[in-house]
Design a protein around this ligand. Structure first.
Ligand SMILES: [Zn+2]
Ligand SMILES: [Zn+2]
Length: 137
């Protein structure tokens, strides 16, 4: 989702467009490596010195509720991304590096499986753990 469509959605839902809300969204847009809430806070804090952690967390929660961003949990840590397209997370258990894997083949198979099982997922997360190149040795 672009910044423009975010504004349109906010208007439609009657949500006030504040520079802080836009900044949180932009921080995610510009950091595709599944940042933690704390990372996002640090980015936004550079522009809004007086913003509190809880405000940033509330905005993240709002964006998640609206289905604009998704939250994933890795090693007990909440991370966020604005990639809504179906993908799999390939994770290194040692350094927690996260790679996005997009595969139409897997998506088709997954959708078909859900359909056959009559499951309508409200959220889904597929994780594969493997050691990355750096941690392999
Ligand atoms: Zn690693
Ligand atoms: Zn991802």
């Amino acid at each position: 989702m672009s910044k423009q469509s975010l504004k349109v959605l906010f208007k439609k839902k009657g949500i006030k467009i504040t520079p802080q809300r836009i900044a949180v969204f932009e921080a995610l847009l510009n950091n595709q490596n599944h940042p933690r809430a704390e990372d996002i806070f640090e980015i936004v804090e550079k522009r809004f010195e007086n913003i509190s952690k809880s405000t940033v967390y509330q905005i993240l929660h709002l964006l998640e509720e609206l289905g604009i961003i998704t939250r994933i949990e890795i090693d007990g840590v909440q991370r966020y991304e604005n990639q809504l397209e179906f993908h799999i997370h390939i994770i290194c258990p040692k350094c927690n590096e996260i790679e996005d894997l997009f595969s139409n083949k897997i998506k088709e198979f997954w959708d078909l499986t859900m359909e056959e099982l009559k499951i309508h997922p409200i959220n889904q997360e597929i994780k594969v753990y493997r050691y990355c190149k750096k941690c392999k040795n």
